[in-house]
Design a binder for this molecule. Structure first.
Ligand code: TRP
Length: 436
């Protein structure tokens, strides 16, 4: 079975080299594997939780989209879209919110960190905590469950959120599934081979430490200036240097092959000056990202092209999300109102017969399997197309019986001659009601 892999990128900030090595590069590579279907989206609703500056939100979405495209993401192979272009996401968020225990959210790390910090500062525990921050994991669960992703590649800090998505999915399946699991239980995927890149000061490269090397912004000059600021020891050219543990060497490693790594170490041990070592590092990185930067700059100059790509992605994503949400609405009872024959008034014996119900019949013809729905008077209301397997016919009959008109658009059927849809919907509703 194809594995569906899905991940989101919160669109705050400008992509840096650490994002490239830790997320962009491995994800683009993984998306080329056979047998996987990748969904990748810009988590811009999540960005709103952390940022209330509209211009920054706008700019960051573009920069991040352009960076992923420049790094080789193929929108033909990957469903690449923006969270905020999928109205089914907030809609599902609400359905999930209604089955999520508040206690589960109380335990979320991000929320607990905020309340702990407030308490330590002697403030009200919920000071400056928005409902967005509090319910963040539910929005994330909706992102994942809407597409029934099997695997979710994330950093360790996000693992708890995936576990919460599983909890929420299970709860929904249990409450509304009636024998059917609407949601796949997603699995976090943590790639231990991907190194976290150190920043200029040797700590993990992160915007919050202000120690980043920009990926594309600032051009080749920006790269050179940032590399010049990587902290090294004060050994002079000619003095032997210890490569292990040096941030500069670790960054070099992330772009070098085995041979280059060895040569770089040997040269440092033999006294290569840090200035020269930095020049080599700049050349190495520039060789990788220089060509990508050109593509990045082209997209930055033509945001409308990025917009088109994302709109296309949204269409692909919604082809999955829209029918699924329709089923979920039906599952929780948000159903179209259709005429259902009223139960006959209860009289004393003799018992009155219930109104005759329409019925499904399955049959086989010329090696194909068929079913049809016939009204009590014998009229054909629905006629199936020929199906290769009898089991398929059985499954559709069962779904039409239990879910009614909600699955009509998906089911392999046509309306009977001269029959209108409302009649079929009413007949299905009567069948569903007769089983409840
Ligand atoms: N919260 C994730 C992060 O900050 C981003 C994200 C949002 C995400 N929705 C997601 C990741 C769904 C994976 C799946 O990194």
């Amino acid at each position: 079975m194809t594995q569906r892999v899905l991940t989101g990128i919160t669109t705050t900030g400008t992509p840096h080299l650490g994002n490239y090595v830790g997320a962009i590069r491995p994800t683009v590579q993984a998306s080329l594997e056979p047998g996987v279907e990748s969904f990748l989206f810009l988590a811009d609703y999540h960005a709103l939780i952390k940022c209330d500056e509209p211009e920054r939100i706008e700019r960051s979405r573009l920069e991040i989209a352009a960076a992923w495209l420049a790094a080789g993401l193929d929108p033909q192979r990957v469903t690449f879209y923006r969270q905020s272009d999928i109205p089914e996401t907030p809609e599902l968020t609400w359905l999930l919110t209604c089955v999520t225990a508040k206690g589960l959210m109380n335990r979320a790390h991000a929320y607990k960190a905020a309340t702990d910090a407030n308490e330590a500062a002697g403030e009200d525990p919920d000071a400056n905590v928005t409902m967005g921050l509090f319910s963040y994991p539910i929005l994330m669960a909706a992102d994942i469950l809407l597409f029934n992703a099997h695997r979710v590649p994330v950093g360790r800090d996000q693992v708890q959120h995936i576990e919460m998505a599983r909890d929420i999915a299970q709860r929904f399946n249990h409450l509304f599934g009636r024998g059917r699991d609407y949601f796949v239980l997603p699995q976090a995927q943590i790639d231990d081979h991907v190194a976290t890149l150190p920043g200029l000061d040797g700590r993990k490269m992160s915007k919050s430490y202000d120690n980043t090397i920009p990926l594309f912004e600032g051009g080749a000059k920006g790269l050179q200036e940032a590399v010049a600021r990587i902290v090294t020891d004060s050994r002079a050219p000619g003095e032997p240097k210890e490569p292990e543990g040096s941030a500069l060497v670790m960054i070099y490693d992330a772009f070098a092959d085995a041979e280059q790594r060895e040569a770089f170490r040997a040269d440092l041990r033999a006294g290569l000056g840090w200035g020269e070592a930095k020049r080599r590092l700049v050349n190495l990185i520039e060789g990788h990202i220089g060509p990508m930067r050109e593509v990045y700059e082209r997209y930055m100059a033509h945001p409308e092209q990025v917009e088109d790509i994302l709109q296309d992605g949204a269409r692909k994503a919604r082809a999955v999300a829209t029918p699924f949400l329709k089923e979920l609405r039906h599952a929780v009872g948000l159903r179209p109102m259709v005429a259902v024959p009223r139960a006959a008034p209860v009289k004393a014996a003799p018992a009155v017969k219930a109104p005759a119900l329409p019925d499904f019949k399955q049959y086989r013809e010329n090696g194909l399997f068929y079913f049809k729905l016939t009204a009590a008077d014998g009229r054909v209301l629905l006629q199936s197309h020929g199906l290769a397997e009898g089991r398929q016919a059985g499954v559709w009959v069962k779904r039409l019986r239990t879910e009614g008109a909600a699955v009509l658009d998906e089911a392999p059927v046509s309306l009977g001659d001269g029959v209108d849809r409302a009649t079929v919907e009413a007949a299905l509703a009567a069948l569903v009601a007769s089983q409840e």
